[in-house]
Ligand binder design. Sequence first.
Ligand SMILES: Cc1cc2nc3c(=O)[nH]c(=O)nc-3n(C[C@H](O)[C@H](O)[C@H](O)COP(=O)(O)OP(=O)(O)OC[C@H]3O[C@@H](n4cnc5c(N)ncnc54)[C@H](O)[C@@H]3O)c2cc1C
Length: 435
Amino acid sequence: MADQEPDFDIIVVGCGCAGAVAAYTAAQAGKSVLVVERGEYSGAKNMTGGRIYSHALKKVFPDFEKEAPVERKVTHERIAMMDPTANMTVDFTSDKLSQEGKDSYTVLRAPFDQWLSSKAEDAGAEIINGIAVEQLIKDDAGRVVGIKAGEDEITASVVIVAEGANNLLTERCLGAKRPTPDEMAVGIKEVFQLPSDQIEQRFLCPKGEGAAMLFVGDCTHGRTGGGFLYTNKDSISLGLVATISQIEKADNPTPIYQMLDDFKHHPAVAPIIDGAKLVEHSGHLVPEGGYNMVPQLVYDGCLVAGDAGMLCMNLGYQVRGMDFAVESGRIAGEVACKAIDAKDTSATGLASYKTQLEQGFVLSDLKTFSAWPETMLDWKRMFTEYPKAVEGIFNAMFVVDGQNQKHLKERIKPIIKEMGTWKTLKEVRGALKAL
Ligand SMILES: Cc1cc2nc3c(=O)[nH]c(=O)nc-3n(C[C@H](O)[C@H](O)[C@H](O)COP(=O)(O)OP(=O)(O)OC[C@H]3O[C@@H](n4cnc5c(N)ncnc54)[C@H](O)[C@@H]3O)c2cc1C
């Protein structure tokens, strides 16, 4: 099979952010490209929080925000810490958040992925929807030479696997290790329709601009994870992400769908979605183990991009996966084209994919924050005692009941003492080191 002329230069498995950008890049360079996507249309099975940071996509489509179906430019960043009855929110806005290349946009994946896939198609890529790739075909030497989808076996000089977080092909055919429950989270999201002017009023945003909000604490009933809220044009995406090992445990009495229901009824969230109509419900895996869970990304005849390569990062205040997927997809497309031109599509010929990911932000950022996933997992009190302490401190500041008041220091001291001053300092120091 290896000596025969392949059916395509490049086959891409999956048409999410990584796959569509890889296909676009390779098709633009004049290569014959086939994309196989199991969803009935691109984006049909995809989900994100979510907001995409623009920098990576701008390298591929410099003016994408003018034509892509983006929802709102994010100009308000909010971080909230909640216990069952209280909530403390930091609301940050700055003109830097709007600057070209530093800007970010909320997206809904069904329209966004269809736009990305249409760009790949316009550039000449052939896209087949509604068929899942079942296997990667290898030659006798173990080199990937194509795919098996349904009854068909289709060959290519390079296969780019961009199958997302549920990376069964990468695991079964390329030998990647199955992620542990500590390394994977489950995401659950609902979309609520709300008129655009009401969104702007509720978030105090100028017309067309929006907010991104991350929550920690009671939203996951004190389990490792957090809540998110993103404003779209005329809807709100609201959801939770929780580490699988923390919610599968027998001692966890609250399934994640119940957590989401409780989150929606929390006094800090309920007014935001009051009167809004629930129009969508979805769930998805999120790779959260960071750098230490990244599998081998380069094989003879094959590259792995995006979530399939576990290229995703959750720092608690920043969630990134789509810009990593876009960047890795672009680099995979470019490297595959160069290797084909150089007539060396072995792992050696494709090796610059990994080097470029290391030199650029994808593997470099994942490496910088490689200690964070474990730190977060061990920092159980961040999800329980810290929100409670924050409630105590802010109550000490704001509650006035006519009793003789002590100095603020005296009011706060017992709360800090209960937390354990040295233990807290040690935890915060450890977290700051990892972040
Ligand atoms: C709840 C949640 C919140 C998130 N929030 C954010 C956020 O705010 N910002 C951010 O940047 N990232 C966020 N992420 C991460 C981000 O969504 C992912 O990193 C990104 O979608 C990865 O893109 P991808 O193209 O690699 O994978 P995907 O988008 O998952 O695409 C994979 C594609 O492959 C297809 N496929 C799979 N198997 C096969 C097969 N065998 N044959 C054919 N096709 C196949 C799938 O149908 C899919 O279309 C979030 C993720 C979740 C779940």
